[in-house]
Design a protein around this ligand. Structure first.
Ligand SMILES: Nc1ncnc2c1ncn2[C@@H]1O[C@H](COP(=O)(O)OP(=O)(O)OP(=O)(O)O)[C@@H](O)[C@H]1O
Ligand SMILES: [Mg+2]
Length: 368
């Protein structure tokens, strides 16, 4: 059996399990206790407890009607379900092993038929498009009447930033049309790109990145329950490296604990760097030192052999640069240049050329 990930094992199951996020949690606890359900948006960076809080909120608020009146749709997963997969009938799915089909597969099978019927009602033949499938996936749950005591349903749309502009428009209409029977809870990393019409219909709850103190206390708590030895330097290193992402902090603890009997600063750093991060660090260092051959070789390796995208590499260069003790004025210049290259890569054909130009600029700017 695969060892259980601690971030799954210690996923908050009640309000008291959350560390930090006091404002959001108090607000939600109050709403759930008074059975107040409005449309909502949870926003904030990765690993801050948005999805876990939505789950606890739904359970507390809906009580016994949770099973029938709650649904969580991950918009990216729905979007990634092509018509050819959604097409499978419930009978087809029943033939697949239990572990290999998900609730989403079953739901999408129903949605495919609904979307197809809606198409032919409009006189169109052929497969429903992805957009139509996503739209129908949202509409279908919202539109079906409920049969339990708590008469309002809750539809959580996780990764809702994956909704395109036209899907946002459709969502707004669905919200309006079924406002008496269904409320929506949208989860997104930021409010940028959201239609004001949707924002104005929602109660907005912010989940800021976790503070280093909160990360430390979460990590200490888990270390104790897992009987892991961790010293102060180790905790501090995890708090720093995780950048306010609780999931990452827990993963760092688990990986370091597996590799070393005591989780200290060295154990954390030795086990925290990804191949991308350590190679990019080498690339930037050799560029600054003027050793282009080695920088280009490593860059090619990341792109061609390891298959990282130029955008990922560019983002990692930015992360690496901000960690370096550079003078503020110089830092500004380099960051500005990174933004320019990031844009150029979306316009140009050969990203390698733009990335090497970036390395040359870094060399020139740091040398002067
Ligand atoms: N405030 C918190 N208190 C305790 N644990 C937390 C908290 N926030 C996150 N975690 C841990 O991190 C894991 C991920 O949390 P969750 O899935 O809710 O994050 P998220 O904000 O939805 O992130 P993403 O944007 O990546 O989906 C949880 O399983 C839990 O272990
Ligand atoms: Mg989430």
């Amino acid at each position: 059996m695969e060892p259980l990930l601690w971030c799954v094992k210690y996923r908050p199951r009640s309000w008291d399990d959350f560390v930090g996020q006091d404002r959001a949690i108090n607000q939600l606890r109050g709403l759930a206790a008074s059975k107040t359900l409005t449309n909502m948006i949870f926003y904030g960076p990765v690993g801050t407890g948005k999805s876990a809080a939505a789950e606890v909120f739904a359970r507390e608020l809906l009580g016994a009607s949770y099973d029938s009146n709650y649904m969580m749709l991950n918009i990216r997963d729905v979007w990634d379900t092509p018509a050819s997969k959604a097409k499978r009938s419930v009978q087809d799915l029943a033939k697949i092993e239990r572990g290999k089909r998900s609730r989403l597969d079953e739901y999408m099978s129903v949605i495919y038929r609904e979307a197809k019927a809606a198409r032919s009602a409009r006189g169109r033949s052929g497969e429903p498009t992805r957009t139509q499938l996503v739209q129908e996936a949202i509409r279908f749950f919202a539109s079906t009447a409920t049969v339990s005591d708590f008469s309002v349903k809750l539809l959580v749309l996780d990764d809702a930033d994956a909704l395109t502009f036209s899907l946002q428009q459709a969502l707004r209409r669905t919200m309006e049309m079924y406002s008496d029977i269904c409320r929506f809870l949208l989860i997104t990393p930021s409010l940028a790109g959201w239609s004001p019409a949707i924002l104005s219909r929602c109660n907005i709850v912010r989940f800021p990145g976790a503070s280093e103190d909160d990360v430390s206390s979460l990590v200490e708590g888990i270390a104790k329950r897992e009987s892991v030895k961790v010293d102060e330097g180790g905790i501090r290193a995890i708090a720093k490296e995780s950048n306010g992402d609780m999931r990452k902090a827990i993963n760092l603890l688990q990986v370091a604990a597996a590799a070393s009997p005591v989780v200290n600063e060295d154990a954390v750093y030795e086990n925290s760097e990804t191949l991308l991060a350590s190679t990019v660090r080498k690339i930037v260092s050799s560029s600054i030192a003027g050793d282009y051959d080695s920088a280009r070789k490593n860059l090619r390796r990341l792109l061609a052999l390891e298959g990282y995208s130029p955008q990922e590499i560019c983002l990692e260069i930015e992360r690496d640069i901000v960690k370096r003790p550079l003078e503020p004025r110089l830092m500004e210049q380099i960051l500005d240049r990174i933004a320019e290259i990031d844009f150029r890569m979306t316009q140009g054909k050969n990203a390698f050329i733009h990335l090497t130009a970036l390395l040359a600029s870094i060399r020139a700017m740091t040398a002067s």
